[in-house]
Design a protein around this ligand. Structure first.
Ligand SMILES: Nc1ncnc2c1ncn2[C@@H]1O[C@H](COP(=O)(O)OP(=O)(O)O)[C@@H](O)[C@H]1O
Ligand SMILES: [Mg+2]
Length: 468
């Protein structure tokens, strides 16, 4: 970015310098042109004087009138004066040479005319010849001036156009370059942001050819990744501690009940052994066995969970088939609980890669939770669709119930092992943590929307097979 800023400043400074030089050159050329125009005007006047001279000279030659001769002399001195002045201001070397020639001819011409005026016999041919030569030189002076003026005019028109064209082209090339660089950077930022949003916290290497314009962005991203990683670790640690707490208190609670019952019953047996009938003794002993079984089920559940029997997710599956076969297992409970089943299945849902048994476990858990959340009945709606998340295609299964919903503090903990709001014996608190583990194992995602006393919807996403 710094580099880009420097480039923009440089090109702006260069443009400003270019424009100033261009302006100075233009003003200078304009002045030159003005001087040349003046010179052309003078050459024009000069030419007119010579033409007048020749008119009187012609009158004299044909009419031999001495009065015309005085006019001729008048014009000669006027032309002499003009040519002196002209000589001073003239810049073009060709013209200077012409004026020198002209002065020579004019002197000769003046001499002859003065002699004729002093009653010498006129040599008309010689006079006419000299007059013609003077006119030719005047014409030449005029044409040289014209050529210079034309050249200047061309310069004035052409140079700015060419320079503006070159400048414009360079500016466009530079703008294209800047836009290209910016677009490349924006694309890089976009791609990296999506990658980080998808949970990939690996650092971005600084590639050599990118160093100049990408280095600061990469640096910023790497700093952000480092920060995010640290925060995620903290969060994970906090969550782990919280779930260990839930787990321990869950297990303690679950085990405490049967152990209490066992010890109470055993104490009663010892104290009142003699007073009890055989049937009563048998009943109490079988109570103890029953409670011991309950305790061992708790331990078994815990073991099952910790060993987490996740199987490889490698079968090509139609998720709707899995949903339908899971539904069969809860149909009875739906009927008993007075729950209406609504399904919205799509025809062309892409296949996913997964494990049939594990996925069935996911849906059975979600359905049972939904049923338990609707003690007064309601509806269970299951819908599927194909969707896109962060540029990847997923199959979405939504499990919606019209049950009791959850307050935020419950929602925060539902995936913790042994977290349950249900009475002892009804819930183990393991369902959703198992669901979570299986969904993660499938590269999927899970999301919950809930509103107290309105209902809850669980959305589970599995990557489409060709995207997995
Ligand atoms: N569909 C639902 N509606 C309302 N609350 C739910 C729903 N599903 C789960 N919960 C809440 O999440 C908790 C944890 O669920 P789960 O892990 O399956 O354990 P359990 O069902 O054994 O309590 C439940 O106790 C309940 O409070
Ligand atoms: Mg459950």
């Amino acid at each position: 970015m710094k580099d880009l800023k420097l480039r923009i400043i440089l090109i702006t400074a260069a443009s400003a310098i270019f424009l100033i030089f261009h302006l100075i050159a233009y003003i200078y050329n304009m002045n030159v042109f003005k001087e040349e125009l003046n010179s052309l005007e003078r050459a024009h006047d000069f030419m007119e004087d010579v033409l007048e001279l020749r008119r009187y000279e012609k009158n004299f030659a044909f009419g031999i009138d001495v009065n015309d001769l005085s006019e001729v002399l008048l014009y000669i001195s006027k032309i002499e004066k003009d040519s002196n002045e002209f000589m001073l201001k003239q810049k073009f070397p060709e013209c200077k040479k012409c004026i020198v020639d002209l002065k020579e001819k004019l002197a000769e011409y003046k001499k002859i005319i003065t002699e004729v005026k002093n009653k010498k016999k006129p040599n008309v041919n010689k006079i006419r010849e000299l007059g013609h030569e003077i006119l030719t030189i005047a014409k030449k002076i005029l044409s040289v001036n014209k050529v210079y003026v034309n050249k200047s005019l061309n310069r004035l028109l052409l140079i700015p156009s060419v320079l503006m064209f070159l400048f414009g082209t360079l500016l466009i090339i530079f703008l294209i370059f800047i836009t290209y660089t910016l677009l490349k950077q924006i694309k890089f930022i976009q791609e990296t942001t999506i990658r980080i949003a998808n949970g990939d916290f690996s650092y971005i290497p600084t590639v050599k050819d990118r160093v100049s314009s990408f280095a600061p962005i990469i640096e910023a991203f790497n700093l952000m990744i480092k920060e995010l990683e640290a925060r995620e670790k903290d969060l994970l640690q906090a969550k782990k501690l919280a779930s260990v707490g839930t787990l321990v208190s869950g297990v303690a609670h679950e085990l405490n009940n049967p152990l209490n019952n066992i010890s109470l019953t055993a104490e009663m047996l010892v104290d009142e052994w003699k007073d009890l009938s055989v049937e009563e003794r048998e009943e109490m002993l079988s109570d103890i066995i029953e409670e011991a079984r309950r305790a061992s089920t708790v331990v078994k559940n815990l073991l099952d969970f910790s060993r987490s029997k996740l199987k490889d997710a490698d079968e090509s599956l139609d998720i709707q088939e899995v949903v339908k076969s899971s539904l069969k297992l809860v149909r009875n409970q739906l009927m008993i609980s007075n729950i209406q089943l609504i399904t919205e299945f799509k025809k062309d849902i892409p296949k996913i890669k997964g494990n049939y048994d594990n996925l069935k476990q996911v849906f059975i858990n979600l359905f049972l939770n939904a049923i338990q959340a609707m003690p007064e009945g309601g509806y269970l709606k299951i819908s599927t669709k194909e969707t896109e998340l962060n540029g990847k295609r997923y199959v979405e299964v939504a499990v919606e119930d019209s049950g009791v919903g959850m307050p935020p503090d419950v929602l925060d903990r539902i995936f913790d092992p042994f977290f349950s709001t249900k009475p002892v014996g009804k819930g183990t608190g393991l369902g959703l943590s198992i669901v979570y583990g299986i969904v993660k194992k499938h590269g999927g995602k899970i999301r919950v929307e809930t509103e107290k006393n309105k209902g809850t919807t669980f959305f589970v996403y599995f990557p489409c097979e060709e995207d997995a």
